[in-house]
Design a protein around this ligand. Structure first.
Ligand SMILES: NC(=O)c1ccc[n+]([C@@H]2O[C@H](COP(=O)([O-])OP(=O)(O)OC[C@H]3O[C@@H](n4cnc5c(N)ncnc54)[C@H](OP(=O)(O)O)[C@@H]3O)[C@@H](O)[C@H]2O)c1
Length: 311
């Protein structure tokens, strides 16, 4: 790639230190010609990758000094260069681990606090709870006052992780039997909020378990994005939802400055109060190792936000 310096540009160069690999389903969607995500699909030849953080090694911008920490969306690479406006300066002192700046916090916080707001006494079910979004969403629900938080994930070990390390009240392996049955056991009084990351059978189970007037924040549909469902655009059952007065709330989080700020403010407070852990899998590797990490993520090998830390 050739970088042409235009005088109107204030050019910034970044040495990247950590790449986010999570968002497996989103990557796949961006590779499709009929991409349904409200951003431009990737074109052949375009570099793959979403967020990365790095250290500024050269800067013409007064807003970013050499050795500042910054975020870039330039894809899987060791270095990044471009106009200053395409870099977000990060507060190096906000978190002990700079990796905390990567991840799906703005989406999880926006979904739980604004879209299907959780409050005191809510009984919350989160599907896909051990992934990048879900592992944050359950903890956010607890911090917002939920009485009970239930999660589903793809193995007994992941279900144990949700309960023993992330503070979920109950969790189950969705391969181990009908989700509707598990929700009857874990929430006999019904659920009042559902944060859906998976769709399909788990969405149907949540409908059965929902109390009248429950709120459903519809975030993702991993079962058809990554699974073998023949229908890539499943039609959620609206009849049962209408009969119970359930609010179906599909949303897209664009990580606006306000959404990022709201998440960072709450996240840093909850971390300092010891009420939150940052669930992540950090792989030490080279840039050449990133594609394999992505493939392993698709197979369900990791938990939380997945990133590759470069030497
Ligand atoms: N609405 C928005 O604004 C927004 C923003 C960001 C992301 N999203 C969506 O949120 C969803 C989750 O993103 P994420 O970053 O948390 O995902 P992720 O961490 O990349 O999810 C990977 C996980 O998906 C699970 N999985 C794989 N195949 C599955 C299947 N057939 N059925 C159910 N789960 C399966 C695996 O966990 P298990 O082993 O536990 O199954 C795997 O670890 C995606 O659909 C993404 O598009 C939406």
């Amino acid at each position: 790639m050739i970088y042409t310096k235009v005088s109107a540009w204030q050019e910034v160069w970044l040495q990247l230190i950590s790449h986010q690999v999570g968002l497996a389903a989103t990557y796949l969607e961006l590779m499709r010609a009929d991409c349904t995500i409200p951003v431009s699909a990737w074109q052949p030849g375009q570099r793959v990758g979403v967020a990365a953080i790095g250290t500024a090694i050269r800067s013409d911008s007064p807003d970013l000094e050499v050795s500042d920490l910054a975020q870039s969306m330039t894809g899987w690479s060791q270095y990044s260069a471009g106009p200053a406006g395409s870099y977000l300066k990060l507060d190096r002192d906000l978190f002990a681990d700079p990796g905390c700046h990567l991840g799906q916090g703005p989406t999880a916080y926006y979904g739980m606090a604004d879209v299907a707001p959780v409050g005191e006494g809510d009984v919350v079910f989160i599907s896909g709870a051990a992934g990048g979004v879900g592992s944050l969403a359950g903890q956010i629900a607890k911090c917002l006052g939920a009485a009970r938080v239930i999660g589903s994930a793809g193995s007994p070990a992941k279900a144990d992780y949700l309960v023993n390390e992330l503070g979920y009240d109950a969790a189950f392996d969705y391969h181990g039997g009908p989700a509707a049955q598990r929700l009857k056991e874990f929430a006999p009084e019904g659920i009042s909020v559902f944060f859906d990351i998976v769709g399909g059978e788990q969405y149907d189970a949540a409908l059965q378990a929902a109390r009248p007037g429950a709120r459903f924040g519809l975030c993702g549909f991993l079962s058809s994005q990554l699974g073998d469902a023949s229908d890539r655009s499943p039609q959620p059952d609206r009849t049962a939802a209408e009969a119970k007065g359930i609010e179906l709330l599909p949303f897209s989080c664009h990580h606006t400055p306000d959404q990022i700020a709201a998440w960072r403010e709450h996240f840093s407070t909850w971390l300092s109060q010891g009420r939150f852990v940052y669930p992540q899998t950090v792989l030490e590797g080279r840039i050449e190792d990133v594609p394999q990490a992505f493939l392993s993520l698709l197979q369900g090998s990791y938990r939380g936000n997945v990133s590759v830390r470069l030497p």
